[in-house]
Design a protein. Structure first.
Length: 554
């Protein structure tokens, strides 16, 4: 055995040789220190390339021993930026967790988690830290799974919305094909006649047109209440003039439909058939002016989901159209008189064959209940409005939606076409009237019309006059014969603020406000002869409005 050198002796090369004590590992420790320093430098260089350095990790107060530990001990590369961020998030979460302080509770919690309650050489503090790490890992994993589920649900809902928005077609019946052919022929002829009338009117002397319009507005400004009649024990929801303007039909929440003689306001007949509120009411375009009184002269729709067709000879329906799954809120006869459109709370509007009572078309497209429907004067288009605050224009000849009427912020309750064929108005719960031009495919005017929701809007639909021959406007108007002005020059609106208002159809300015109802007004109509406006409301009455100078034999 070699004896150890005396530390104090200076023998041989003692000055240059390494001093070694028996049992010393100094040389090995120095080499290990150099190797560790070199590894740290290489790791720092590698971490800088990955975007995170050891200095940055030290700044976050991470323990060196835990830098590479994730969850249940899986090793992660230092260059993995995502893994480091997840570890930072876990440690942040761990600091916020409430962990028991009593060792007994810590052991119980570990047992609950399915983990060993004690590891070799582990004291109470180590055990509590282990529990904290386990809980933080589990909570972080649960949070990630929740986020993944939400992303999956979002993507599924987006896919379903895309599927819902996708346009689709269904095969129609032979009857629908034949009806579309007939509607196409009819609408082309009507459009031709309408354009000819508009061209004839455009050739009229400007002075005559100006004088005529002034006289019209002067007459409208003199409108006042002409007659009032209590017609039911419940609110009166609908009113409609007959084509000859000598009869009024009213529908109420009691389910009764009543016919009244105008302007005497005398009851002619009470029609019983609905078991719930009447929502839609419309006369056949040729009723009282040539149509057989035993045929379907009147149609009504109600909250009992049914549509009844009525003759003028019986007080019970001659036919019932069944098919809607919810309340029928409005109806309208097609200009041909052979078809009927109905809007319903089942989210659809439907086209019916009046003669056979068969459903020809079930049209969806609204996100909520459909409240109103109206056919254009040519018969080629239909406009619908719903509680989704959206209106739609449909080409009946092809079944396509050709325009979406956007702009209302609340439900649409009223809609009507101008007799010019290319403008239409809508009224809704946002108290505004929107004017649309289908040629420009946009809103051209917004009327802040009422102080409450607008329940109905109607254009004056009369027969245009030919002024190209230079006739005097006063002569055209005639004395004591009612108004004979071109149709479409004004419109009227009703509202829950208890007012009927008349608006100019060129400037969209208010002409006259008509107070008189005691409460909400639910419906209105304008007679085709231009003499009367009628309105109904919650006060259980219908009222007639006319020029105070109107001279008529009662």
């Amino acid at each position: 055995m070699t004896s150890a050198m005396n530390p104090g002796s200076n023998g041989g090369n003692a000055g240059s040789s390494t001093r070694i004590h028996f049992g010393s590992l100094e040389q090995q420790a120095v080499e290990n220190a150099k190797r560790k320093r070199k590894e740290e430098q290489e790791e720092q260089s590698s971490g800088a390339k990955g975007g995170v350095t050891l200095d940055e990790l030290d700044a976050t107060n991470l323990d060196d021993a835990n830098i590479y530990e994730m969850g249940e001990g899986s090793s992660v590369s230092m260059g993995s930026h995502q893994a480091v961020l997840e570890e930072l998030e876990r440690k942040r979460l761990a600091r916020t967790l409430a962990v028991p302080t009593a060792d007994v509770d810590v052991r119980a919690k570990l047992r609950e988690c399915g983990e060993p309650i004690c590891l070799f050489g582990e004291d109470a503090a180590d055990r509590r830290n282990r529990l904290r790490n386990i809980l933080s890992v589990r909570q972080l994993r649960a949070s990630k799974e929740k986020d993944q589920m939400e992303v999956s649900k979002t993507s599924e809902s987006e896919e379903s919305e895309e599927d819902e928005d996708e346009e689709f077609y269904t095969e129609g019946s032979v009857e629908l094909l034949e009806s579309r052919k007939q509607i196409t022929k009819f609408s082309l002829m009507r459009a031709k006649n309408r354009i000819a009338q508009q061209q004839s009117l455009s050739k009229a002397p400007l002075e005559a047109l100006k004088t005529q319009r002034q006289n019209l507005y002067k007459s409208l400004k003199n409108y006042t209440i002409f007659g009032s009649q209590v017609c039911d024990s419940r609110p009166v929801s609908k009113v409609a003039f007959s084509p000859d303007s000598k009869m009024i039909a009213t529908g109420s929440w009691s389910g009764l439909v009543k016919l009244w003689k105008t302007p005497q306001c005398e009851n002619i007949k009470t029609l019983r058939g609905h078991t719930d509120r009447v929502g839609g009411l419309a006369f056949h375009p040729k009723a009282t002016i040539g149509l057989d009184t035993s045929a379907a002269n009147l149609a009504s729709g109600g909250a009992d989901n049914n549509i009844h067709l009525w003759s003028l000879e019986s007080d019970i329906p001659i036919s019932t159209l069944e098919g809607h799954a919810a309340r029928v809120s409005n109806i309208d006869f097609h200009p041909t008189g052979e078809y009927l459109g109905s809007a319903s709370f089942d989210g659809s509007w439907r086209l019916w064959d009046v003669a056979t009572g068969k459903e020809l078309l079930l049209q969806e497209g609204h996100a909520k209940e459909v409240f109103t429907i109206k056919f254009q004067c040519d018969g080629s288009l239909a406009a619908s409005g719903g509680l989704d605050a959206i209106g739609s224009v449909w080409d009946i000849r092809s079944g396509r939606r050709v325009m979406v009427l956007e702009g209302h912020t609340k439900e649409i309750y009223g809609i009507d076409w101008s007799p010019n064929g290319y403008q239409l108005v809508t009224g809704g719960a946002d108290n505004a009237i929107k004017v649309f031009d289908i040629r420009a495919r946009k809103t051209i005017y917004t009327i802040p019309a009422h102080n409450s929701l607008i329940s109905d809007v109607k254009f004056f639909h009369g027969q245009p006059q030919n002024l190209s021959n230079g006739q005097d406007a006063m002569h055209i108007e005639g004395a004591n014969t009612g108004l004979s002005y071109p149709s479409g020059q004004y419109l009227a609106s009703s509202s829950y603020d208890g007012m009927v208002k008349i608006w100019a159809a060129d400037t969209w300015k208010l002409i006259k406000a008509l107070p008189g109802h005691d409460g909400k007004i639910m419906s209105l109509d304008i007679s085709l002869d231009g003499q009367f406006i009628s309105s109904t409301g919650f006060d259980r009455t219908f009222k007639l409005w006319a020029n105070e100078d109107l001279d008529i034999d009662l």
